[in-house]
Design a protein around this ligand. Structure first.
Ligand SMILES: [Zn+2]
Ligand SMILES: [Zn+2]
Length: 271
């Protein structure tokens, strides 16, 4: 039997400059796919316009919220939420609380570690410049764990994205997988099996070709640690709304991780 993909909490819009379509386009697609819940989580604007080439500007937030609200009016059978996918910087803490979920009334924040600090320098998760350096693995894990501990985030996007810059599953990957899964469990935050990783070109490693992420052994460790998962398509185009989610469900079954579908962000029904 096919698993029902009824909710996606990770949907982008054209505002991030590397996606197409606006909220109503995704809502139409969700309705056609028989989905019940659509959560938008476009890349957060930054208070200092940092990384603005891959995200909306702060003054586009109102337009983003209006587009999501319009999608809700056009497709009233869908439960629609307006969130943001965020990097976390401690110096911006008040920006998340006072501005994003405060004044702008954004419904939820996802943590997406597209970069992380290493000895004071911000390193892109999607750079292979220092690939296979275990210090990067531990810096990534520290960043994710510290960010989750703030309590700001309701989901952890692609926790195994380190598979992009680390090729071989070894003792170090096993340690950080367990640490991240335990931190997520302690924070009551589900881990995302990210189907976008399955739609991207695979990476070549000494052990053969594999998706950069999701990385199956991560999910075996996470299952052992008692973490739970949610499957999202991380869609950047309306036609990709359900792309590769069947593969993501298969990966979940194979690794033994429990998938919460549909996830109710407020009920915390995975506890
Ligand atoms: Zn993106
Ligand atoms: Zn995303």
């Amino acid at each position: 039997m096919m698993d029902a993909f009824t909710a996606n909490w990770h949907t982008h819009t054209f505002r991030c400059k590397h996606a197409t379509g606006d909220a109503p386009d995704y809502a139409r697609q969700a309705t056609q796919a028989g989905m019940k819940t659509l959560g938008f989580a476009d890349h957060m604007p930054t208070p200092d316009a940092r990384w603005r080439s891959v995200r909306m500007d702060a003054d586009e937030l109102a337009d983003y919220r209006a587009a999501v609200a319009l999608a809700g009016r056009l497709y009233p059978d869908l439960r629609i939420f307006c969130g943001l996918e965020c990097e976390y910087l401690p110096e911006w803490h008040a920006y998340y609380t006072d501005e994003l979920t405060g004044r702008q009334r954004v419904d939820y924040l996802i943590l997406g570690a597209h970069g992380f600090p290493v000895a004071g320098e911000w390193v892109s998760t999607f750079s292979r410049q220092r690939a296979n350096d275990p210090r990067l693995l531990y810096a990534y894990a520290d960043y994710v764990i510290d960010s989750l501990a703030t309590g700001l985030f309701r989901l952890l996007a692609h926790p195994d994205v380190f598979g992009f810059f680390y090729d071989v599953w070894d003792d170090d990957t096993a340690v950080i997988a367990r640490d991240i899964a335990q931190a997520a469990r302690a924070a009551g935050v589900p881990l995302e099996i990210n189907a976008y990783g399955l739609r991207k070109p695979p990476v070549q490693t000494p052990c053969g070709w594999r998706p950069a992420y999701p990385w199956t052994p991560f999910w075996e460790v996470a299952a052992d640690a008692g973490a739970v998962a949610v499957i999202n398509s991380d869609t950047h185009a309306p036609a990709d709304l359900t792309g590769a989610v069947d593969q993501a469900f298969a990966l979940a079954r194979q690794s033994g991780i429990r998938v919460i579908m549909p996830l109710d962000l407020d009920a915390r029904n995975w506890a």
